[in-house]
Design a protein around this ligand. Structure first.
Ligand SMILES: [Zn+2]
Length: 274
């Protein structure tokens, strides 16, 4: 269906490879699905299928796999979903996704809640309207990260790393051994989705945090098998969903707990963007 009116929502969850196999969040008994297969016209093209659901009276917009689909660039996919989030008044955004290791101490099935990033992608300049100067200090909201940590500790008895640096590459291919070697000492994990999402979240004045689960070793660090990666995708979808729903339930909406909204300033380059 083509719905012109975008519903209000305080939260958004950008689904990644972790929840892809689970038709998130339909299997959770305490979640009420309000509408599915919502498509919206945006200035960047027709949106991916969006879903809205309710957790204890809190409304959440979600989409699958970062909005990526064939025939649409990843930059446009990101712009479409963040344009919708802005229209909906979204204040807090969570994303999840499988990542590879750069730090050789990490293993498949570890969880990480990154606190910083290194953007090695060439998807630069992905913005909505460029009205703001974006300050990327504390780009990953510390309050939302603490919510993720608390929730992960409730449901997961494996290793949880509460900080780490996420290197962003373009994909869709994995990295070469030389690329992983270059990143060593600069990043802990590597994946393809944290940027431009982190910039777009700041542009719309929303908090953003990410839950990364490790599915493979970086090339050249240790041999990994496709089978292990596949099993993690299917086995852990429910766990990741539980963690995300718990954060929706417990994140602070009333009191000010972070500075995220103040880290965008009116641009001084007004003539360029008006
Ligand atoms: Zn925040």
């Amino acid at each position: 269906m083509d719905d012109k009116k975008i519903p209000r929502a305080d939260f958004a969850i950008i689904g990644g490879s972790g929840t892809l196999s689970s038709n998130f969040p339909n299997k959770f008994a305490d979640v009420k699905i309000l509408a599915e297969n919502l498509f919206y016209s945006t200035p960047y093209g027709k949106s991916p299928a969006m879903k809205i659901f309710d957790v204890d009276g809190r409304k959440v917009l979600t989409c699958k796999m970062h909005g990526w689909r064939s025939g649409v660039t990843r930059a446009d996919s990101s712009r479409q979903i963040f344009w919708i989030f802005r229209e909906a008044g979204v204040k807090k955004i969570l994303s999840e996704g499988g990542v590879g290791t750069v730090n050789h101490l990490l293993n498949p099935r570890d969880l990480m809640i990154p606190d910083d990033y290194l953007d090695l992608s060439v998807r630069k300049d992905v913005q909505l309207d460029g009205k703001y100067l974006l300050i990327m200090r504390q780009a990953l909201c510390h309050a939302l990260r603490k919510n993720l940590l608390d929730a992960a500790q409730k449901y997961f008895d494996g290793r949880i790393f509460e900080r780490g640096i996420y290197a962003v590459t373009d994909g869709r291919h994995f990295e070469s051994p030389a690329e992983i070697s270059m990143m060593k000492g600069h990043a802990d994990i590597v994946g393809q989705s944290l940027a431009p999402e982190v910039y777009l979240a700041r542009e719309i004045g929303a908090c953003y945090a990410n839950l990364s689960f490790i599915v493979n070793y970086g090339e050249g660090i240790f041999n990994w098998s496709h089978e292990v990666m596949k099993n993690i995708f299917f086995d852990d979808a429910e766990l990741l969903g539980k963690i995300l729903i718990d954060v929706i339930r417990n994140a602070e909406l009333e009191k000010k707990v972070c500075q995220c909204a103040e880290l965008r300033k009116e641009t001084l380059l007004k003539e360029v963007y008006d």
